[in-house]
Write a protein of this length. Structure first.
Length: 229
């Protein structure tokens, strides 16, 4: 059973999501503060986190960074902050998706299903021989590890993995924006090209020697992206 940790300081939202998620077969834990969320995640590791940014003690972005220090589980932000700067900050911290309040429960459930499918697909598609080099990094798609030449491990989020997986499995070939959005996020995301720009920037910061002048993760303006071995 998929365990979901819901983090929000509004009791009505916690109650509504707990009822709706449990009715659909999820195991649900709840937390009303950032500190409680980090403790809950450490003691009972969830499979997915739904996180409000406006918490009373710790900003949600800091909670994301705290989680990303030891886990790559999917994180969906649920927030009343609709500004692009807040979305960018949350995605940069390591969130996988962003839903603004007020929200429909059906939409949030669809986002949860989508990110869960991405994680399952990335695991199912991996093969033992699927390895690649990106700069000073060896990437193994089978066990989902990224190891630098100095033997330091680089952590990627599930969405970062899904996007990188699509590119590395088609070396030298153009992967269109439409294909990436469809295969990584789903058909309802066909026009969200800002997601591609944001996640490509994250991958370059983690994998390219000079993110401003990438040698391996290449943008083809207006068309898509290409992995150059």
């Amino acid at each position: 059973m998929t365990r979901v940790l819901v983090v929000d300081d509004e009791p009505q939202i916690l109650r509504a999501l707990r009822i709706n998620l449990r009715a659909r077969g999820y195991d649900v834990d709840v937390a009303a503060t950032g500190a409680a969320a980090l403790r809950a995640a450490a003691s009972h590791p969830p499979d997915l986190v739904v996180l409000d940014l406006g918490l009373p003690d710790i900003d949600g972005a800091e909670v994301i960074r705290g989680l990303r220090g030891w886990t790559t589980i999917p994180i969906i932000v649920l927030s009343g902050r609709a500004g692009s700067a807040d979305k960018v900050a949350a995605l940069d911290a390591g969130a996988d998706d962003y839903v603004t309040k007020p929200f429909g429960v059906d939409e949030l459930l669809a986002r949860i299903r989508a990110v869960t499918r991405r994680v399952a697909a990335a695991s199912a598609d991996a093969t033992a021989a699927a390895t690649a080099r990106v700069g000073r990094h060896t990437i193994n798609l089978a066990d989902r590890t990224v190891i630098r030449d100095d033997e330091t491990e680089v952590r990627l989020t599930p969405t970062q993995w899904a996007m990188l997986d699509q590119l590395l499995r088609h070396p030298g070939k153009l992967v269109s924006q439409r294909q990436l959005l469809h295969d990584v996020w789903g058909p309802e995301y066909q026009h969200e090209t800002n997601y591609l720009r944001q996640y490509m920037a994250q991958l370059r910061r983690k994998l390219e020697d000079d993110p401003a002048r990438p040698r391996h993760l290449i943008t083809e303006p207006g068309m898509g992206y290409r992995f150059r071995p």
